[in-house]
Design a binder for this molecule. Sequence first.
Ligand SMILES: [Zn+2]
Ligand SMILES: [Zn+2]
Length: 323
Amino acid sequence: MENGNCFESESKEKKDSSSSLLFLGTGCSSAVPNVLCLIQPSNPPCEVCTQSLSIPPEKNPNYRCNTSLLIDYRNDNGEHKYILIDVGKTFREQVLRWFTHHNIPQVDSIILTHEHADAVLGLDDIRAVQPFSPTNDIEPTQIYLTQFAMDSVAEKFPYLVQKKLKEGQEVRRVAQLDWNIIKNDFEELFVSSGLQFVPLPVMHGEDYVSLGFLFGSKSRIAYISDVSRFPSNTEHVISKTGGGQLDLLILDTLYKVSSFLLCLGCLISVLSVDTFTPIFYMLVQWYQRNNASMDRNSHNEYDLTYLSLEDAISRVYLVVVRN
Ligand SMILES: [Zn+2]
Ligand SMILES: [Zn+2]
C-alpha cells in the first residue's frame, strides 16, 4: 500500500468489481527525494534520498510525490468513476507512473483540500487527461473547492477560470473545468461523480483552514491530508461517540505541536486514546527531514520515511487493538 498502490483491491477481478483507493502521492510539499540532498550531497550522503533513486518507484517507499488520492468509485450501475483529491506540483509524474500502471483512463471529477502549491499547481496538466480538442470544445471536468481556494486559483490560473475570450484573443487549448464552490462546513454535503462527501474543516496552522473529507457508505473513510489541529466539531463528526466509528482514517503525519514535528508513536497514542477509534489508519505527507531549521546531518536518523505504509498500518493496528 505504499506509493501508487491500491487499498482494497489487489487482483484485477476484485478491482473491477469494487471501489478502491489509489495513493498517487504520500510525500510532503517538496516531495521525496529532496533535490538538495542529491545536488549537494551531505557527508555521509542522505540514505533516504540516495536510496530513492536506486529502486523503481513502485517498490520504493522513499519516492513520494505530493500527497494526492484517487478514489476509484464503482457505482451501483457497475461504472467506475475516478475522483481526484488534489492536483499538486507532481501531478504529471503521478499520472505517468500510476495511471498507466493501474489502467486509469480518465479523471471524472476533482476535489481540492486547499489552495497551497502542493495541492493545486498541477491544474494546468488536467488538460492532459481530458479529450483532445484544439477549440476546447469538450465537456468540462467538475471541480469542487472553497471560495477562498477559488479566489486564489483564479489569480494563479486566470486562463482556467476565464469563461469567454477577450476581443482579439486566440483560442488556445487549456484544461476545461467547471468550478463548484463548497463550504467549510460539515453540514454542507456535496456529491462528486455520484459519491457523497462531508467537508471536514481542520486547522492547517492557526491562520488557515484546510478541508478533509468523509466519504463512503459501506466503509466510512476520512481523508485529512493537511492538519495541525482538529476543531471540536470536526473531531466530533469523525469520532466513534459522535458521527460513528471510522473504518479508515487517512491522516497527515506532518502533525505539528508548536514548531516540532510530533513523532509517529506520539501521534498515534494521542489519537488512539482520544475520541478517534478507526479500524485502520493510513498516513500521508511523509517528510524528508531536511531544511534550514533542522540539522541537515541528523536527518538520516529520522526513520519515518523508511517505513512503508504497510509497516505503518501494522504498527498502528497494534495500537488500536490494545485500546
Ligand atoms: Zn535526503
Ligand atoms: Zn498546505
